[in-house]
Design a protein around this ligand. Structure first.
Ligand code: NAI
Length: 338
């Protein structure tokens, strides 16, 4: 099997190489994102292995079909970058990695919260300049505070459990509640308005769907208590960045920690340190002392990468051996993750 790995990051290669020792697939790594412009690179490959930054739209899918591609193996849970209808018409199956490490993302969200609240990111920079002053670094105890969790799937469940361990009161909203969380008294399910009105901290763990786009908009922000902190490790477009900026400027929101950004394509995962940032909204966000932005790295742990590569190879082997594709994405699969 010839496998073209698009959007290949240097950090992934050793994981693929280690897992391929027994498989001996013919792997070719391309740093380029897969799109209509780069689809010719997929010529004579059996499989394209894609990341969230690859654009599998109608044109690209038609081109890779012509090139001989028989399987799309996503190294992600989410597939909102794939035209599922077109892939189905072209009869190219799509497989994904539905879950790799909910702990990676949940723990990272907690890390962002701790850093933002206690200003660890600012203290780190300050001390390196030999400025040992505590001015402006005061945070608040998390113990006893109300944490609103939106989405209690795999990641939200871990996040809620950690916050419960911190002694927080956890309230959550999810159309499909996790009854175990209720039974173990980790949290209480409430409606969204109650989350907005009562939480000191709100963390987003829902997929990006038409119904969740800009879930946090001006109206939602206005309902929040003054001094609320918002954490987004879900998807950038869950949050309206323009409304966020207004809320931060007015001092209503106490801070935001963002691992994802609506317009992150073409920016995140890249070293642009020698360039002029063209995205004015992101540039504005980066000026706030109470905003922490990271480059979609919540998933980035040893365990998660190992699992992503293992599952990707399992998916490809199943296809090669004509077995059923347990991680196949069908048009009817509604939940879209990252
Ligand atoms: P999951 O599918 O296990 O859970 C999602 C939950 O959201 C489900 O319980 C679902 O019922 C709920 N939900 C759906 N619509 C909702 C709504 N309108 N309001 C409230 N809840 C709603 O997904 P998982 O694995 O927990 O991932 C959550 C999200 O985290 C992903 O969709 C993805 O966007 C993001 N993610 C981010 C990563 C990063 O590196 N920053 C890595 C992996 C995932």
């Amino acid at each position: 099997m010839r496998i073209a790995i698009f959007s290949a990051h240097s950090f992934e290669r050793e994981f693929f190489a280690a897992s391929n020792v027994t498989k001996k697939y013919d792997l070719v790594f391309f740093e380029a994102n897969l799109s209509a412009k780069t689809a010719s690179l997929a010529d004579k490959f059996d499989v394209v292995c894609c990341f969230v930054t690859d654009k599998l739209d109608q044109e690209t899918l038609r081109l890779i079909k012509k090139a001989g591609v028989r399987l799309i193996a996503l190294r992600s849970a989410g597939y909102n970058n794939v035209d599922l209808e077109e892939a189905s018409k072209l009869k190219i199956p799509i497989v994904r990695v539905p879950a790799y490490s909910p702990h990676a993302v949940a723990e990272y969200a907690v890390g962002l919260l701790l850093s933002l609240n206690r200003k660890i990111h600012r203290a780190y920079a300050r001390v390196r300049e030999l400025n040992f002053s505590l001015e402006g670094l005061m945070g608040f105890d998390l113990n006893g505070k109300t944490v609103g969790v939106i989405g209690t799937g795999r990641i939200g469940t871990v996040f809620a459990t950690i916050m419960h361990g911190f002694g927080c009161k956890v309230i959550a909203f999810d159309p499909i509640p996790n009854l175990k969380l209720k039974e173990y008294r980790i949290l209480e399910y409430v409606d969204l308005q109650t989350i907005f009105r009562n939480s000191h901290i709100i963390s987003l763990h829902v997929p990006l769907l038409p119904t969740t786009k800009h879930l946090i908009n001006a109206a939602a922000l206005n309902q929040m208590k003054k001094g609320t902190i918002v954490i987004n490790t879900g998807r950038g477009a869950l949050l309206d960045a323009h409304a966020l900026i207004e809320s931060l400027k007015s001092g209503h929101l106490a801070g935001a920690a963002l691992d994802v950004y609506e317009e992150e394509d073409g920016i995140f995962f890249k070293d642009l340190s020698d360039q002029v940032l063209q995205d004015d909204v992101l540039a504005r966000l980066l000026t706030f002392p109470n905003v922490l932005v990271t480059s979609h790295q919540a998933f980035f742990t040893l365990e998660a990468l190992t699992k992503i590569v293992e599952t990707t190879f399992e998916n490809i082997s199943a296809f090669e051996e004509g077995k059923s594709l347990v991680n196949e994405v069908h048009i009817s699969t509604h939940v879209k993750s990252s």
